[in-house]
Design a protein around this ligand. Structure first.
Ligand code: FMN
Length: 299
């Protein structure tokens, strides 16, 4: 009942681990796959090892988290070891970031070689200078990156978009025009917290990305808008922590969803709980499959 597909990729369960949470080692990815996730998206990986921003990089607030980790990762060469462990256990989606279409293509080729089931282009990090939203808010650049990656790999190419724009529909259209296989929405919302005692921003990077329940209705609206602009599949992410949140995203138009912050607040059981409760809801309300629910809010 919970099977779904994102284009060519079939998933036994609709919930995936979002990039950046419990997905940096082969073992943590295996653990998440066995806890009820249908797939795991890796931490975003770049060409070289990156230590990320200095601390403090993370703070909790009412309704969510703000982070400015700065994309810490071991680099694509070393990450091959983690992929080799994880891909044997299920669907691993390789998230990558770069500063040019060529760099994205090279990284995507490596992820394909490592056995990734799809690649997710992070064109949406709000706090990495020269990467992320600095590229991902211009439809022409988005199109160039997606086209380049599409011509260099044969696995599905997903593109993760930023909500920090009024052009999200144009960005999604650019992905579709470039032959992209799916759109993932949303990454974190650019935000800041100031300490009144210190009289300055808490994060070393000053601003960061807001995630968790506070951004859920922004994400649902983004998915709803994107559905009106494109026909390619959408993966919803942002503030999902229970079946009702997941159902909203699918009714807005997402074929599958991802969970990040709620793995921290609710534990890895969040996937099993959502699977159980969603199935119960679907039976009670006469939805025979996930695809019956996708986009119903538009009807
Ligand atoms: C600590 C942390 C690290 C993250 N790292 C990444 C990352 O490397 N790449 C990426 O595309 N998104 C990253 N994200 C964004 C999440 O994948 C997700 O889009 C966002 O947090 C919204 O979902 P949530 O509310 O379920 O957390 C990160 C989020 C958090 C909280």
């Amino acid at each position: 009942m919970l099977e779904t597909s994102v284009g060519k990729l079939r998933l036994e369960r609709p919930g995936m681990v979002a990039s950046g949470i419990m997905d940096e080692t082969g073992q943590s990815m295996i653990r998440m796959l066995s806890s009820g996730a249908g797939a795991v998206v890796t931490k975003s990986i770049g060409s070289r090892p990156n230590p990320g921003h200095p601390n403090p990089t993370f703070t909790e607030l009412k309704g969510g988290y703000i982070n400015a980790m700065g994309l810490p990762n071991p680099g694509i060469e070393l990450f091959g070891e983690e992929m080799a462990v994880a891909v044997k256990s299920g669907n691993i989606i390789g998230s990558i970031y770069g500063s040019s279409p060529e760099e994205f293509s090279t990284l995507a080729g490596k992820m394909e070689e490592y056995g990734a089931a799809a690649v997710e282009l992070n064109l949406s990090c709000p706090h990495a200078k020269g990467y992320g939203i600095e590229l991902g808010t211009d439809p022409a650049i988005v199109k160039a990156v997606v086209s380049a990656v599409k011509s260099s790999v044969s696995i599905p190419v997903w593109t993760k978009l930023t909500p920090n724009t009024h052009l999200i529909k144009n960005l999604a259209s650019a992905v579709q025009e470039a032959g992209g296989d799916a759109v993932v929405a949303i990454n974190t919302v650019k935000a800041m917290v100031i300490s009144p005692q210190f009289g300055k921003p808490i994060l070393s990077n000053k601003f960061g990305g807001l995630s968790g329940p506070a951004i859920r209705s922004i994400g649902v609206r983004a998915v709803f808008d994107i559905r009106t602009a494109v026909d390619i599949p959408i993966v919803g992410v942002g503030g999902i922590s229970d079946w009702k949140d997941a159902a909203q995203y699918m009714m807005a138009g997402a074929s599958a969803f991802q969970i990040g912050s709620a793995i921290g607040t609710k534990g890895i059981e969040v996937f099993e709980n959502i699977n159980r409760d969603l199935e119960r809801f679907m039976k009670d309300y006469g939805y025979g499959s996930i695809s019956d629910m996708v986009g119903v809010a538009h009807e």
